[in-house]
Design a binder for this molecule. Structure first.
Ligand code: NDP
Length: 313
């Protein structure tokens, strides 16, 4: 038996379609949602992410603008930019692309973003809203995970969920959303004893670790749903062989590009899981789609429109 592949591209595309329709209605009512992205310096990975975000805005009809201050910007100057965006009514979402250069006090910048415009959902006010099940802005990747589960008709309530990783941007908010969805949740990290044994309890296993193919067959109860958040670039031949030996398609990519992308879950897990997200094409596409959802949500929250209960999974 092999797992059902949960197609993140398809789900993200459905969500973008729904967002586009909503943006059209809001725009017709004179409330076109707007997103400002701040990209400091020339980090190539950040440039790619920001390009994807701006392109997605264009696709769904969200107004977007990109601010690109130089790498040597001071905390004060960046703060001024954020405060200016906070003041502008046509800007509903502010996204500060991380990482910021070392001379910038990143915490101070993120704290300065108006919580009502915090489309990344990182501000402590939004973290508090999430944990107390109040309407607010929820981090994009965790919310994307919940969308994958819901739209694939995978039940959450009453299920055993194990989240490996406790970062503020993925692990913790994912655990919180699963708790809000009435799962029984265990959160694991680098100090967890008998990690494979704990993971085997899971009906839903979320891997957000940042280690290529670490979750192997012995971590997974046959039939479990496995959500692979990891995005790791494999460049070493030995590592490639450990993960993809005999996979002709991957071999081709590796040979032509010199690298291939792999999640935190070993591909062998697809042989025993009930359902699994692929990498690439699983959780990744949802992250940007949920950013669009959040921008529209911020527009509606800010401009006083009634929105349904948001923080519940
Ligand atoms: P962090 O590095 O912030 O957190 C990693 C977590 O994994 C930590 O809690 C850490 O434990 C835990 N961990 C590390 N090694 C082990 C181990 N050997 N055993 C058990 N736990 C371990 O990463 P992020 O949460 O930011 O990202 C996780 C992964 O998700 C990365 O691959 C990242 O690229 C990817 N990602 C993908 C996104 C997408 O859109 N698909 C978006 C964001 C991230 P401890 O706390 O004890 O150190």
């Amino acid at each position: 038996m092999s797992a059902i592949i949960l197609d993140g591209n398809k789900i993200a595309s459905d969500i973008r379609g729904e967002v586009a329709a909503e943006v059209k209605t809001l725009t017709a009512a004179g409330m076109r949602p707007g997103l400002a992205v701040i990209l400091v310096g020339n980090n190539p990975a950040s440039e790619i992410y920001v390009r994807g975000k701006v392109k997605s805005c264009e696709e769904v009809g969200v107004y977007s603008e990109k601010h690109t201050p130089p790498d040597n910007i001071s905390t004060e100057a960046l703060l001024e930019l954020v405060l200016d965006l906070n003041r502008r009514d046509e800007i509903d979402g502010i996204l500060v692309q991380l990482p910021l250069p070392s001379q910038v006090d990143a915490k101070k910048i993120l704290m300065a973003v108006d919580p009502a415009k915090d489309v990344d959902g990182f501000h402590p006010v939004n973290v508090g809203f999430l944990s107390t099940q109040r309407p607010g802005l929820v981090p994009c990747t965790p919310e994307g995970i919940i969308e994958i589960l819901k739209r694939s008709n995978i039940p959450i309530a009453g299920q055993e969920a194990v989240v490996v990783g406790r970062s503020d941007i993925v692990g913790k908010p994912t655990a919180m959303l699963l708790i809000n969805g009435n799962a029984t949740v265990t959160v694991c990290h680098s100090k967890t004893r008998d990690l494979p044994g704990v993971c085997r309890r899971a009906d839903i296993l979320v891997a957000a670790i940042g280690r290529a193919g670490m979750v192997t067959r012995d971590f997974v109860r046959p039939g479990a749903t496995v959500i692979d958040v990891g995005m790791n670039k494999v460049t070493e031949r030995a590592e490639f062989d450990r993960l993809f030996a005999g996979n002709a398609k991957r071999e081709e990519t590796f040979r032509t590009k010199g690298s291939t992308l792999v999640g935190d879950v070993h591909p062998e897990v697809a042989e025993i899981a009930g359902a699994i997200t692929p990498v690439p094409g699983g959780v990744g596409p949802l992250t940007i789609a949920m950013l669009m959802v959040n921008t529209v949500r911020a527009a509606k929250l800010r401009r006083g429109k009634r929105v349904p209960e948001l923080a519940k999974a």
